[in-house]
Design a binder for this molecule. Structure first.
Ligand SMILES: [Zn+2]
Length: 282
């Protein structure tokens, strides 16, 4: 079997609960648990010599700088994820620019170099976001769902008038490395109720990992050089039974010959002309 997996971790920590306006000490402590769980993932990845990508809000970087540096020092990539886990589609133009600029500078100061990638919190880029991250010098985004097994160049400035076909904007230099809610641990596993809605979560983790294994198997069978992005949250998947299931899933993929690389590496290879995920069914 063949294909590549990008393991990505959204280390939202407390910012997630601030954004949901759930600021009791109990809600905030759910975010604190994310910081507690990070070393478990770093250990699991180091044992298998796997590199991954971590999208971290500026708020988390300033709250837990040592843990974020541990992630960086282990050779994992760090990408931008807003400051306070803001929904970019609900910001005005200046707010969006200010938050991008602030999070870029917090990240650059922490890791000593410019980050290359962005993931919009809650996966809601605005029609401006892609142009804005292009201006910041980033090379990729990971917030859209237009494909599954291959990167593609993102448009910007799309318009969606009512009762008319869309007016698609121009293609940019930003490489979209697509995601999916079906490849995210949060809706499967996290029990959540509050102003932002109800998610039952709490599924047996094997249910999720079996789905992800089938997605990888289908990619391997019918797509040449496919790439698949997995999204995990330390505060969600860092519990004992979920970690054991994660390890089993990882080991199965390794046994079957899948490779694991950072998002930055995929973006660079794509920009150099490598073809990913061409549909070639048996
Ligand atoms: Zn997030």
């Amino acid at each position: 079997m063949s294909g590549n997996i990008c393991l990505t971790f959204d280390f939202d920590a407390i910012s997630l609960w601030l954004q949901k306006d759930m600021t009791s000490m109990s809600s905030i402590s759910r975010g604190e648990f994310g910081a507690e769980a990070v070393p478990r993932f770093l250990h699991t990845l180091k044992k298998r010599n796997l590199k991954s990508t971590w999208f971290i809000p500026g708020h988390t970087m300033e709250t837990y700088p040592k843990i974020c540096l541990d992630i960086h020092d282990d050779g994992h990539e760090i990408g931008l994820h807003g400051y306070d886990h803001e929904n970019f589609n609900l910001l005005d133009e200046q707010e969006e620019l200010d938050i991008l600029d602030r999070s870029f500078h917090v990240a650059s100061a922490l890791i000593g170099k410019s980050p290359k990638g962005f993931r919009s919190p809650s996966w809601d880029v605005s029609s401006r976001t892609i142009k804005n991250i292009e201006s910041l010098g980033l090379i990729y985004d990971s917030s859209q769902m237009g494909k599954d097994y291959s990167p593609y160049y993102s448009r910007s400035q799309d318009q969606f008038p009512k009762q008319k076909p869309p007016i698609f904007g121009d293609q940019t230099t930003i490489i979209e490395i697509p995601v999916s809610w079906s490849l995210d641990d949060y809706p499967y596993l996290e029990f959540s109720k509050g102003a932002s809605g109800f998610i039952p979560g709490l599924k047996k983790p094997e249910y999720m990992y079996d789905n992800w294994l089938d997605d990888a198997s289908y990619m391997s069978r019918d797509f040449k050089n496919g790439n698949m992005v997995i999204t995990l949250h330390p505060q969600v998947s860092g519990r004992g039974h979920r970690l054991l299931a994660f390890e089993r899933w990882l080991d199965t993929l390794i046994e079957r010959g899948f490779t694991f690389t950072t998002m930055e590496e995929i973006a660079l290879r794509f920009s150099q002309g490598e073809k990913f995920g061409s549909y070639e069914p048996e």
